[in-house]
Write a protein that binds this ligand. Structure first.
Ligand SMILES: N[C@@H](CCC(=O)N[C@@H](CS)C(=O)NCC(=O)O)C(=O)O
Length: 197
């Protein structure tokens, strides 16, 4: 069994889908969480390909880019979709949740209050369009009582769950108008798939 170390800060952020994939697959891994001070020292070691986190260290092989890492792990442990089309759908959704996470970061780091409010409005619209599209996709897949892609849990559902953890923390009623997504979120949360959450 390879030895994985998921390396990030003490936050869900970009590392959470990868942690959830490993957890859902029942694979032991080291959950390395640097403080900002530790990271400033670590990043100068040259061990991290682009000097950014998250990174995945698998038996000394270091990977960067959160979405690529989650996809790699999902492929390794059978959570990336069964056919090429399912894999493409899983990728599409994994990247969509990456966009939503990036949007939150952009708002967080904006110093100008006016621009921050504009970004927030734009973001809220983007979240609403995304969730409406996802609700439709979920319903189109076996009536909406299963998973986002195919007939079993995949990285798509885990990345959805990880993203909703972020969004629901500032808008608790966000999923109330999307009953199938709300049920999916609860289903994923209640399963062993998300024991990390
Ligand atoms: N596209 C990259 C973005 C990575 C990124 O922006 N990482 C930030 C934290 S979320 C970081 O490492 N910041 C600290 C630094 O650059 O020193 C990914 O998805 O992994």
């Amino acid at each position: 069994m390879p030895k994985h170390r998921v390396i990030y800060f003490n936050a869900r952020g970009g590392a959470e889908p990868s942690r959830l994939v490993l957890s859902a697959a029942g694979v032991d891994f080291e959950d390395v969480r640097f403080t900002r001070e530790e990271w400033e020292i670590e990043k100068r070691t040259g061990k991290y390909p682009f000097g950014q986190l998250p990174c995945l260290d698998t038996d000394g092989e270091m990977l960067s880019q959160s979405r690529a890492i989650a996809r790699y792990l999902a492929n390794e442990y059978g959570l990336a979709g069964k056919t090429n089309l399912e894999k493409a759908k899983v990728d599409m959704l994994n990247d969509t949740f990456g966009d939503l996470l990036q949007g939150i970061a952009k708002i967080h780091f904006e110093k100008d209050e006016g621009k921050k409010a504009e970004l927030q409005l734009e973001y809220d619209k983007k979240v609403a369009t995304t969730l409406a599209a996802l609700e439709k996709m979920l319903i189109a897949n076996n009536g909406g009582d299963g998973f986002l892609v195919g007939d079993g849990v995949s990285l798509a559902d885990l990345a959805f769950f990880a993203q909703m953890e972020c969004n629901l923390s500032s808008a608790a009623d966000l999923l109330d108008t999307y009953p199938k997504l709300k049920a999916l979120n609860a289903r994923v949360a209640g399963s062993q798939h998300c024991s990390m959450a």
